[in-house]
Design a protein around this ligand. Structure first.
Ligand SMILES: CC1=C(CCC(=O)O)c2cc3nc(cc4[nH]c(cc5[nH]c(cc1n2)c(C)c5CCC(=O)O)c(CCC(=O)O)c4C)C(CCC(=O)O)=C3C
Ligand SMILES: [Fe+2]
Length: 350
């Protein structure tokens, strides 16, 4: 059994006060060709919530539930928290880990998926942080993708059932189940995963997770749509967009929707703005009943999932999983998990 001294929860990061919003967005979009008009729009989304993204608080809540779960499970690993784009920055956290004497740590990413943004970029964060710390930086071993883990699917399935109960009784049976995940450029999806697997690893994993969740709640007919597209309008991203899809459902005579944010582990800004604000308003205009499914982050099964991944990595054994799409994502010190996996798109100016 390999010995590890700590777990690092590695996430995206978000602003915690109005003055943080611009510098945070500059970190996120550095060199990525996101047009200024889109950025101005996103600034407004954050300011709508007082300039505070819920994401850091949610990650601290996740850490608290995982600490309790580790205590129950007899896993003696302190948990550290670091982000890609905002404080606590992963570089600072890894420096603190070194100062605390951590030699070797597991890294739990808050994205369940393959693809550049959801997986490879986390390897890059690990490598950048270790380089910044230099001598004595701990070895960092990233945990694998977990999009089809039975505990994740069970948490979503439970939340779908609970959401259905929130609809008025007469809408429950007929409500359309709609899964949604973060859109990415079609070109980024095409290069997601090792080329030998044929690409599209992100959208294939999302589609499989949706199928598994629907199956767990006994629903045969459902939809998968995308949200929160960014980038210049002439570049194609995964479609249909959630709001366009609500129009189509209303036109086809649907009376209500159950919207499941299968692509997100917690209620961060894309969920509370794009779903709880924009999509909900659209549904109201269309006269569609609307309920949004809760995310799994604070479900005890999510903490158990972290324990299970830690055990799997330290004790070996086959991954517990329900799906069959290719599964990657584990790597040491930022090394890629497979040859040419999730090559980043070429962007202007790079
Ligand atoms: C696949 C995916 C996930 C899920 C996997 C994972 O969780 O990692 C995710 C998560 C998140 N994305 C987030 C925020 C943002 N994403 C942006 C931009 C982008 N996201 C992309 C993809 C993804 N993003 C892409 C292809 C871009 C275009 C620019 C680029 O090529 O990188 C921008 C720039 C402005 C905009 O254009 O919207 C912001 C502010 C937050 C924090 C929210 C909060 O504060 O609560 C979280 C968790
Ligand atoms: Fe994003």
């Amino acid at each position: 059994m390999t010995e590890y001294d700590a777990l690092l929860l590695l996430s995206f990061g978000g602003p915690e006060k109005p003055d943080d919003v611009r510098p945070f967005l500059e970190n996120v979009t550095r060199g990525r060709g996101v047009p200024p008009e889109r950025l101005d729009e996103v600034v407004e989304h954050y300011l709508h919530f007082g300039g505070v993204s819920p994401i850091n608080r949610l990650n601290r809540d996740i850490i608290a539930t995982v600490e309790a779960e580790f205590a129950d499970a007899g896993i003696e690993l302190p948990i550290y928290f670091g982000n890609r784009n905002w404080h606590p920055m992963v570089e600072d956290t890894v420096a603190r880990m070194r100062d605390d004497g951590v030699r070797s740590a597991l890294v739990f990413p808050t994205s369940a998926w393959g693809g550049y943004s959801g997986c490879r970029q986390y390897h890059e964060d690990i490598e950048r942080a270790r380089n910044a710390v230099g001598d004595g930086a701990p070895a960092l071993v990233k945990l694998r993708q977990y999009y089809d883990h039975p505990l994740l699917i069970a948490a979503f399935a439970g939340a779908i059932g609970a959401a259905r109960e929130q609809l008025p009784a007469h809408q429950r049976a007929g409500a359309r189940l709609v899964f949604t995940a973060h859109s990415i450029p079609v070109s980024a999806d095409a290069s997601a995963g090792p080329p030998a697997d044929g690409g599209r690893l992100y959208s294939r994993q999302v589609a499989e997770a949706a199928r598994l969740c629907a199956g767990s709640v006994g629903v045969d007919e459902y939809d998968l749509v995308w949200q929160s597209r960014s980038g210049p309008p002439q570049i194609p991203w995964l479609e249909p967009d959630i709001c366009d899809h609500l129009d189509a459902l209303a036109a086809a005579g649907s009376e209500a929707v159950i919207v499941c944010p299968v692509g997100f582990v917690s209620d961060h800004l894309e969920v509370i703005w794009d779903l709880d604000t924009e999509a909900r308003d659209r549904a109201a205009e269309l006269g569609l009943g609307y309920v949004r499914v809760g995310t799994p982050g604070t479900d005890p099964r999510f903490a158990q999932l972290v324990s299970a991944l830690v055990r799997e990595m330290s004790e070996g054994g086959n991954p517990q999983r329900l799906g069959s799409e290719p599964l990657y994502g584990a790597g040491t010190n930022g090394a890629l998990c497979a040859v040419a996996c999730c090559e980043p798109p070429r962007r202007p100016g790079r």
